[in-house]
Design a protein around this ligand. Structure first.
Ligand code: B16
Ligand code: MG
Length: 223
């Protein structure tokens, strides 16, 4: 099936908010009396706020009542919002504008597939609110990554089949979501971390859309 649509994760693909999520979670863990490392943070990428908090509390061997968990998640989000409120279009990751102009020239459809409830705010801050043909964010889904819902909803909103989509992801949970959704997945980061991805490059700067489409065709013929 020819590729018709590209579905982009937000945090770590379009902008580097992953670092702000990490800083806010680390601050919260420190206040609770323990620390989280950058390596530990890999498992939080692409995972919803509530699920991330559960992973962090388990790491610190803490069991807390629901009201306290809600308070902590709200506190983390306030710190995160302080950090992202200063973002501008300068925070768009290198290679994104050039990649999108190639995508547009080839007439491919685009969707955002982010589990972040703050995605609309971030898109607005970086001036990309009107770039995507469809936006699926944390306010529109009931299951976070690695469940494929965020991407299958994106494909449905664009009116295309999963096999006609390519997902761009920086997170282990996001790569798994794209694969479970039946899509070709481009991992942006390290091949040692994103082991389930079909094609891995350090960033969108490292390849052209045409190179990617030819690789997908080669892979399809090899099956
Ligand atoms: P929020 P993505 C994800 O966004 C982040 O990678 C993850 O670290 C975060 O916990 C999640 O959004 C929820 O974000 O607290 O803003 O609703 O990678 O799917 O764009
Ligand atoms: Mg991400």
């Amino acid at each position: 099936m020819p590729i018709k649509a590209f579905l982009f994760d937000l945090d770590g693909v379009i902008v580097d908010t992953a670092i702000y999520h990490y800083q806010a979670w680390k601050r919260l863990a420190n206040e609770l009396g323990f620390d989280i490392s950058e390596e530990f943070n890999e498992q939080l990428k692409g995972v919803s706020r509530t699920d991330s908090l559960a992973i962090i509390l388990a790491h610190g061997n803490l069991t807390l009542p629901d009201e306290e968990k809600t308070r902590l998640a709200t506190q983390k989000n306030e710190w995160y919002l302080e950090l992202v409120s200063r973002m501008t279009s300068d925070d768009i990751l290198p290679g994104v504008p050039a990649f999108f102009s190639q995508v547009r020239q080839l007439g491919l459809l685009t969707a955002l597939g982010s589990v972040s409830k703050n995605a609309p705010l971030i898109l607005e801050r970086i001036g990309m609110s009107n770039v995507f043909d469809a936006i699926i964010d944390g306010n529109k889904i009931s299951k976070g990554k690695p469940d494929p819902e965020v991407f299958t909803k994106g494909a449905a909103e664009l009116g295309v089949q999963p096999a006609e989509c390519v997902v761009f992801e920086d997170a282990v949970a996001g790569v798994e979501a794209g694969k479970r959704g039946g899509m070709f997945v481009v991992g942006l980061g390290s091949p040692d971390v994103l082991t389930q991805a079909d094609f891995v490059r350090p960033s969108l700067e490292a390849f052209t859309v045409e190179e990617l489409l030819s690789q997908i065709e080669i892979d399809a013929k090899a099956v």
